[in-house]
Design a protein around this ligand. Structure first.
Ligand code: NAD
Length: 346
């Protein structure tokens, strides 16, 4: 199958090309994001492969379908950027990568927690400049701290296991509690209890209408003063202006983010010689107790290899008139409040 790969970076070329040769697909790598201006580049390609900040709304899906596209391949687990109902209307099959390395994301989550609370970002720069003073770098022990995990699917479960190793006390909220997670010593609680009791709150649920801005001003007001908020899931789970207010008042003590609601205009690009136009994001960058990475939690060798393999196996199954089991349908997803993930295994 001929596949147009949008938002293609050097690492996508490397991992996808190796697998494509084996699976017998022809890939055309396109650097731009899929949007209204670039969608015609996909004309004539039966398969189109996209990443998290590409746009796949009703208008774009209609254009893709009229240009001959039959298959939309997501190089991601999350699919909140795809209008599945419109895809179905236009006869497009959508397939994702349900699990590539939940360890990559879980380990990055813990790296962010440690980095922000031990002020590693400040320490790194200070030492390089010959400043060996410790003022401003005071952290806290994670041991005995209470960690609240929102969403105990594949990634949340691994975060729970790792944090248990740190000697933390674990709480979780998930509309679908899971006995395996209970075996890790996690106690399921409601959100208000979690907000009241936890020192760290880490987000591992999908972005759905239910979870949009799950961390907003009201939620922040219920939290323990000095709470740490960690988001490696999806930017719009968090109301960023409310977080900024919480940081200014001291209600929030630490914030660690790998995702941002408006990241589509920023992340995955080198903008170092440009003026950032997003004032909310720029304000976030000014806080000493905020640590941000640019959607890199997934970015490990193992994860990229798995993404490439699953993506192109999805294409092979489609080409053979079969199902890989990774297809998304509007019905399946709307009937599944877990965000369409039936498979809870890593
Ligand atoms: P998963 O489907 O295995 O788990 C999601 C869990 O969230 C499920 O247990 C589900 O029951 C729960 N959930 C659903 N609605 C909820 C709600 N309202 N409140 C609390 N929990 C709810 O998904 P996963 O593989 O663990 O991934 C979690 C999220 O991580 C994905 O949705 C994706 O957005 C994000 N992610 C980020 C990166 C990154 O690079 N930063 C990479 C992969 C995934």
């Amino acid at each position: 199958m001929q596949i147009a790969v949008f938002s293609a970076r050097a690492y996508d070329r490397r991992f996808l090309s190796e697998v494509a040769e084996h699976e017998g697909h022809g890939l055309t790598f396109l650097e731009p994001r899929l949007d209204r201006h670039t969608v015609t580049l996909a004309d004539g390609y039966e398969g189109v492969c996209i990443f998290v900040n590409d746009t796949a709304d009703a208008e774009i899906l209609a254009t893709l379908a009229s240009g001959g596209t039959r298959l939309l391949l997501l190089r991601s687990t999350g699919f909140n950027h795809v209008d599945l109902q419109a895809a179905e209307q236009h006869g497009l099959t959508v397939a994702r990568v349900p699990a590539y390395s939940p360890y990559a994301v879980a380990e990055h989550t813990v790296a962010l927690m440690l980095a922000v609370e031990r002020r590693l970002h400040r320490a790194y720069n200070r030492v390089r400049e010959g400043n060996f003073a410790l003022e401003g770098l005071l952290g806290f022990d994670l041991r005995n701290k209470r960690i609240g995990i929102i969403g105990t699917g594949q990634i949340g479960q691994i975060v729970a296991r790792i944090m248990r190793g740190f000697g933390c006390s674990l709480r979780a909220y998930d509309p679908y509690p899971n006995d395996t997670v209970r075996d890790y010593g996690v106690r399921y609680v409601d959100l208000d209890t979690m907000f009241r009791d936890c020192d760290v709150i880490t987000l591992h649920c999908p972005l759905t209408p239910d979870t949009h801005h799950i961390i907003d001003a009201e939620a922040i007001a219920k939290m323990k003063p000095g709470v740490m908020i960690v988001n490696t899931s999806r930017g719009a789970l968090v109301d960023t202006p409310a977080v900024i207010e919480g940081l200014k008042s001291g209600q929030i003590g630490n914030v660690a983010l790998d995702v941002y609601e408006e990241e589509g205009d920023l992340f995955f690009e080198d903008l170092s010689d440009r003026v950032i136009q997003d004032d909310v994001f720029s304000r976030l960058l000014t806080f000493p107790n905020v640590f941000i990475t640019a959607h890199q939690a997934f970015f490990t060798e193992e994860a990229l290899q798995n993404i490439a393999e699953t993506t192109l196996v999805n294409a092979s199954a489609f080409a053979a008139g079969e199902r890989s089991g990774n297809e998304l349908t509007h019905e399946l997803v709307s009937g599944d409040a877990r965000g369409g993930s039936d498979d809870q295994d890593a």
